[in-house]
Design a protein around this ligand. Structure first.
Ligand code: SAH
Ligand code: SF4
Length: 362
């Protein structure tokens, strides 16, 4: 086999164990793995030729058989308030995905004060198979899963942008394109890479995985004791209302979903965040708020209310301020805490999948 015919290995796809196995097969010890890992994730170098501390024969082998796949920027846009920057990143096969960098000011969820906390919103798939009616990504359909390296590369991209401004990344939310629990293994490998304490060392408690409610995936997260924060997208508190917005709700009815959530909370001793996209006249009624209060009663839960970002493929509007307040007040009457998420960046189409929808064909 000629060298040109050898498929290069994207090192960003490999967690520490897999990199150790690869280097061991080439005859290198874990010492060399640690050196290389430091170059990849601490120094974030992308050229093997400049990794001077590596043995020259290892550098040469890497140059011949490995690569560090870095997506290019197909488009980007800034929100007028300067708090959100959205990137459309082009992958090696030409497909594009969205990655968003957000800054929030003020107090964080733990109550401590931090001036600017940067958050990366990253994608796990090209498109999505779940078909939620109001979601731009759902409207596109599913193209393919992202590899672990393609998930990791989005974070490295954001890190580079922040480093140029003298800032660091604190939070990651898996709320870009795609359903992370439909791409479970690749997502978990990527998160293991991102949280490795000798690499990027992101704190698991600052990583939020958002799911449409894939019950077997939630059970697996609990079984495997994954340390990340979990958000479950609900959008409807009765099966009929939820199924009209979220097609997978037909496969996993609310009773089953909430059972899995209760079990997760009990076993992991962790709160779950429930996402609720507020759509005018659809799921923002007092009846839905009461049903939600009853559904989540007794659970360690927090509700994130997100007024709808309008999309081309869905004829719905965001709930107005008064109705949002009323919805929140009803939830409070059940002792259920909630936060209205800022719709920052709406002028740059910062809803999931919307920048890509505007650049179809690129
Ligand atoms: N697939 C996962 C994660 C990606 S979507 C999930 O569904 O949870 C991240 C969040 O954005 C979800 O809560 C989703 O319902 C919400 N969302 C999608 N499209 C939206 C829109 N147009 N307006 C407001 N929220 C939206
Ligand atoms: Fe997929 Fe989440 Fe969009 Fe639903 S909301 S289509 S699960 S990305």
């Amino acid at each position: 086999m000629t060298l040109a015919a050898v498929q290069r290995i994207n090192l960003y796809d490999l967690d520490k164990d897999a990199l150790t196995t690869l280097l061991a097969s080439w005859g290198y010890s874990s010492f060399h793995v640690e050196q290389l890992w430091e170059y990849l994730y601490r120094q974030q170098q992308t050229d093997f030729a400049t990794m001077n501390a590596l043995r020259p024969d290892l550098r040469q082998r890497l140059a011949q058989q490995a690569m560090l796949a870095t997506p290019s920027i197909a488009a980007s846009s800034d929100s007028s308030d300067g708090y959100t920057r959205k990137y459309l990143l082009r992958l090696a096969d030409g497909h594009t995905i969205e990655t968003v960098l957000m800054y929030f000011e003020g107090r964080d969820d733990s109550g401590s004060n931090s001036n600017a906390r940067a958050t990366a919103c990253i994608s796990t798939q090209v498109g999505c198979a779940m078909g939620c009616v109001f979601c731009a990504t759902g409207q596109m359909g599913f193209t393919r899963h992202l590899t672990p390296g393609e998930i990791v590369a989005q974070v490295l991209h954001v890190q580079r942008v922040l480093a140029d401004r003298g800032e660091t990344l604190r939070n990651i939310v898996l709320m870009g394109m795609g359903e992370p629990l439909h791409n479970y293994d690749h997502t978990m490998t990527a998160l293991a890479i991102l949280t490795d304490h000798k690499g990027l060392a992101l704190a698991p408690k600052h990583i939020t995985l958002s799911t449409v409610g894939i019950v077997p995936g939630i059970k697996r997260l609990a079984d495997e004791e994954r340390p990340y924060r979990l958000a479950v997208s609900l959008h409807g508190a009765t099966d009929a209302e939820r199924q009209a917005l979220v097609p997978p709700a037909k496969r996993w009815p609310l009773a089953e979903l909430i059972d899995a959530c209760r079990d997760y909370i009990d076993r992991r001793k962790r709160r779950i965040f429930f996402e609720w996209t507020l759509i005018d006249g659809k799921n923002d009624t007092p009846a839905q708020a009461h049903a939600l209060g009853q559904l989540l009663h007794g659970l360690d839960a927090h509700v994130n209310l997100i007024p709808l970002n309008p999309t081309i493929g869905y004829d719905g509007e965001a709930t107005g301020e008064t109705a949002v307040k009323q919805f929140q007040a009803i939830l409070s009457s059940y002792g259920l805490p909630s936060t209205v998420r800022q719709r920052r960046g709406i002028d740059i189409a910062a809803g999931c999948g919307q920048l890509k929808a505007q650049h179809q064909g690129e």
